[in-house]
Design a binder for this molecule. Sequence first.
Ligand code: IVH
Length: 675
Amino acid sequence: MTELDSARVAERIADLRADINRHNYHYYVLDAPTVPDAEYDRLLRELSTLEKDYPQFVSADSPTQRVGAKPVDSFKQVRHSVRMLSLDNAFDENELFSFDKRVRDKLSLNELAYAAETKLDGLAISLLYKRGELVQAATRGDGSSGEDVTLNVRTIKSIPLRLVGDDYPELLEARGEVFINKRDFAALNEKQSALGEKIFANPRNTAAGSLRQLDPKLTAERPLRFYAYGIGQISSTQTMPSMHTALLIQLKNWGLPVSPETKCVHGIQGCLQYYADIAARRAALPYEIDGVVFKVNDFAQQEKLGYVSRAPRWAVAYKFPPEEELTVVKNIDIQVGRTGALTPVARLEPVFVGGVTVTNATLHNEDEVRRKDVRAGDTVIIRRAGDVIPEIVAVVKDKRPANSPEFIMPERCPVCASATVKMEGEAVTRCTAGLFCPAQASQAIIHFASRRAMDIEGLGEKLVEQLFEAELVQNVADLYQLKLQQVAALERMGEKSAGNLLAALENSKRTELERFLYALGIREVGEATARTLARHFGSLDRIRTATQEMLEEVPDIGPVAAKNINGFFREEHNNLIIERLLAYGINWPALETKSEFLPLQGRTFVLTGTLASMSRDEAKQKLQQLGAKVSGSVSKKTDYVIAGEAAGSKLTRAQELGLKVLDEAGLVQLLQEYL
Ligand code: IVH
């Protein structure tokens, strides 16, 4: 190679590295990507090819050199030249007040400026840059010395291997937190599950475990991220900003990512406001936090305040109530639903988590219990984040009592003792007795009476069970035969409430065909399908007599739903009940038929949070296919809010407005009804 060629290659390599580093900076630090992923990959490939062909130009700070280091036998110990401290905690407002008072007294000031930050739930790391190049990364360890995890840290893409610009100090030790985003964590577990590998319990432990892998290739496969929140040592020649928040901006300008939630607040009021704001947005933040941190902003004031043993006097962590707790599974019960589905439910020693006392956690189905291997007597990690239903995250296997038997799904329905079945390809086990099973029959009545079905006011779960136990009703038609005296004689009822119930029953008789169809509780016929059927066929008789083929011709009704609908109306006892209902006077206005009908036409949906089974875009597309409008913001006009994992302010707004909220399972069910 001539010198000219060599110079050209070197120049191209330098350009590529500069481009890639710039894109990284925009992506990870400024959170404003400049190029599509494909273009980024192309640049990286070109650089990698050039470096392979001209190995004399490879350098340790090249963006290609993140992975590839060989596994180590153990980690070297690294002494921290400036101790890595911890934070004092405040668990309630009083403790925060005392902190602020202590600080103000010591400085003889009335009000202070604080740097307010989120308390990321990951692990602390120290990054040493010499002449702009990352030369060492170490864990906190005991504060005085930690482990050298440089090779692993080099694989974290948001950590620059080389600082940006040319005004960085000769020596800079940046400190911050390594963590995993919630969405990345969910995707990681999905991948693990697909590979039949172990499921990780939470992002924090996974981040910590990933950083302590002896083989950097394994670390590289984990979606680790980094935010800087301070410094350790720095060249003494460097002119330092006088405020912590200004230092963070400086770090950002040197290419280190800093949390966008960081700001300067004034006095205790400012602190409380920041805490409330972050608490309200906690579920919607992309990463897990366990509180907020307040640091006296002025470095001169920090110095005056100094340290006590292992924590600075100038900072405090104001913690949120924990979202995860340990508790014991007393038992695994089986609930039988309206469709006969057997749902295992863990009965728990009551535990206060995520702001409420939790006593039950659904285990969904047999596969789920198997996957988590939950058994009676187990100590489990229970999680309740935001408004998401509580779930068992994992079992603490070391605490399992000896000889505890594995969970098995009962072969007989626990309510009616009929055989149970699990269809091939289905996760659910069902009782085969249909409406002869009291659990299914009473659930069917509760469904029939519900607000979106026949809307029988005052007929809730408790009363249905009472009526059932008193053998006053066995099926939905019996409701309309109830006599005042019979109802009044029930416990906790009187003439007045009995009269109200009979009036509500009378009221419910005037309904709509689609409500009536939905109320019948045909499998796979939710509200939307009921509406489609009503509008397509226009009359109950036409639906009852439709063949399976005719049903399948209806847009958005699949073969399974068609089979269920057809099967339902071929069943003698179902027809008898329908005849009786009509004879008691249930009626609805006649409808015009529409053949081209989109079932979600005129409905507005808002999607929020993360969905596990599909991207938000996919969900949007599917909803639009069904005629729905998908909007970005929640208002009174919104019909449904779909709240995925970690849904935040939109969910809160929906709840304030009393809108209908569906979780992911609800969305999937809705889509399955049509697609
Ligand atoms: S400052 C001298 N700021 O919390 C101050 N720590 O409980 C030392 N953490 O070891 C730390 N977010 O791992 C600081 N914004 C933040 C933080 C933060 C999370 C972690 C860090 C530290 C632990 C102390």
